[in-house]
Ligand binder design. Structure first.
Ligand code: PMP
Ligand code: GLN
Length: 380
């Protein structure tokens, strides 16, 4: 096999979901809802399968025009950010492909990329396949802030890019404007790219995502920023795999060349369905956020009542628990004795023996009865 595939391992999401299925456990490990997105969106997808628009054939390689237009409108109306749908927005197979295509576009073998750890697992796997070097900056519990000196030392002459995920999986952290300014100043000083992963843009509970977008919209940031998001979390349809990358025209032009030779285009019917969903988002998002906040509070309070050290989560659909005994024994006990699957976070750190050895992640994108059943089992 190609040597670049040697470091790859089975994703922890797959491992935990398989174990959960085998043992009949309530699965709070892998991040996906155990309920469908809105019924009207299922109807929209159905309609696009049978419509006149040839949605069952290849889409435009850069994305269906209707979806790119809807994303441009969403960025303008919700976050006051301007992107030209024709030249600056590229639709991809989920955020995962957007991240992969972006890093393939920007980063050479031997280049360094600054990542905040814990990181979403595809970042480092993608860098490994490119032969690039991840330079971690650790978000340290309990507040998940980072050290200025550590951040400055992570940047150097070989730095090609810095990746920022906010709201952040798995910590639930929302980066503050002040933190973003510190990162942006270093990116400008080292003249490197900024890749933002904003897939949880609508899942913030205390603070709007607008602040983040205001930061990345400043001219000195915007010109070096590739902003990535997807529709899977927002509309509760993670299996539909439609995402996008937004970047200045010259970057998008090169990114599109890469994207056309990975999938060529994203699934066409779902692009039309999500275009429709984005147009209807106003009537949906308020309830969506309120329900997720309720789920977060239900799970956090239930876990605290059972004596667990729940760490605060201000965004995403995850929360974390600090585990004194170490996550290996803890996860095994929960799975085998209580039949509840949770996620160890060590795979999200370069050094598995680091902070991740004491932190587990739980997904609260679940029906209320699922969360209550998990809490009941944990209390047994
Ligand atoms: N980035 C982060 C931080 C994620 O949590 C996820 C999915 N859970 C993705 C990217 C991938 O998104 P998609 O399913 O749209 O590929
Ligand atoms: N993003 C989801 C999580 O963090 C899972 C995505 C996947 O399974 N690849 O759990």
């Amino acid at each position: 096999f190609a040597h670049r595939t040697d470091p790859l391992r089975e994703s922890i999401f797959t491992t935990i979901s398989n174990r959960a299925r085998e043992l009949g456990a309530v699965n709070l490990g892998q991040g996906f809802p155990d309920f469908d997105g809105p019924q009207w969106l299922v109807e929209a997808a159905r309609a696009s399968l049978g419509g006149e628009g040839l949605a069952n054939q290849y889409a435009h390689t850069s994305g269906a025009p209707a979806l790119r237009a809807a994303i441009a409108r969403q960025q303008r109306e919700d976050w006051a950010a301007e992107f030209d749908p024709d030249s600056e927005i590229t639709v991809t197979v989920g955020a995962t492909e957007a991240l992969y295509a972006t890093l393939q576009t920007l980063v050479d073998a031997g280049d360094e990329v600054v990542v905040f750890e814990p990181f979403y697992d595809s970042y480092v796997a993608t860098l490994q396949m490119i032969g690039a070097v991840p330079r971690p900056v650790t978000l340290r519990w309990p507040s998940f802030g980072f050290d200025d000196g550590e951040l400055a030392r992570a940047f150097g002459p070989r730095t090609k890019a810095v990746m920022i995920n906010s709201p952040h999986n798995p910590t639930g952290k929302v980066f503050s404007r002040e933190e973003l300014e510190r990162i942006g100043a270093l990116a400008i000083r080292h003249d490197c790219w900024i890749v933002t992963d904003e897939v949880y843009e609508y899942l913030t509970y205390e603070r709007s995502h607008r602040e983040f977008v205001q930061w990345r919209s400043q001219p000195a940031i915007r010109e070096r920023c590739i902003a990535i998001s997807s529709a899977g979390k927002t509309f509760g349809m993670t299996g539909w795999k439609v995402g996008w990358a937004m970047a200045p025209a010259d970057v998008s032009r090169r990114l599109r060349l890469v994207h056309q030779f990975i999938p060529f285009c994203a699934p066409h019917p779902f692009q039309h369905a999500f275009a429709h969903a984005l147009e209807r988002r106003h009537e949906y998002l308020e309830d969506f956020r309120r329900e997720y906040r309720h789920r977060r509070d239900l799970l956090a309070e239930g876990l605290r009542a059972l004596g667990h050290a729940v760490l605060p989560s201000e965004g995403t659909y995850f929360l974390q628990v600090y585990v004194e005994e170490g996550t290996e024994a803890f996860c095994r006990r929960l799975l085998e004795r209580h039949r509840v699957a949770v996620l160890p976070t060590a795979p999200f750190y370069l050094d598995a023996a680091s902070q991740g050895a004491n932190i587990v992640r739980l997904c609260f994108a679940k029906r209320e009865e699922t969360l209550r059943e998990a809490l009941r089992r944990l209390g047994e």
